[in-house]
Design a protein. Structure first.
Length: 117
């Protein structure tokens, strides 16, 4: 597994309760991580391309398809926000685990807006 996909794996596993991912879900989780890695790669490539070019449309369509596949995997793995709501299975996200500072915890630094990155 490539490092970018491994990061998605670690972040996904870290945000869920301990036994959320059993052995039989590892292959599906691996596919999800690879799809998310590909989405990130395509997004980075799309930023570099002129929006009026034909290549932009090709990459955009490919990104949309890949994102749809990643979302389908996320739903199957119950990673989406809707899946984490209290239901028959209970809450699947671990409320005590975070992947870093919360959005409102800036540590005194100015918050960068996404369009300023």
């Amino acid at each position: 597994m490539l490092e970018a996909a491994a990061k998605v794996w670690r972040d996904s596993v870290a945000s869920m309760k301990e036994m959320h991912f059993s052995r039989e879900t590892h292959a599906l989780l691996s596919r999800y991580c690879n799809a998310m890695m590909e989405c990130e790669r395509l997004e980075a490539e799309l930023i570099k391309i002129d929006p009026k070019s034909e290549r932009y449309d090709q990459i955009s369509k490919r990104l949309t398809t890949t994102a749809s596949v990643a979302l389908a995997y996320a739903r199957s793995l119950r990673l989406t926000p809707k899946s984490s709501l209290e239901g028959k299975r209970g809450q699947v996200r671990d409320p005590h685990r975070t992947l870093g500072p919360k959005l409102w915890e800036t540590g005194g630094e100015a918050v960068k807006k996404p369009w300023d990155l």
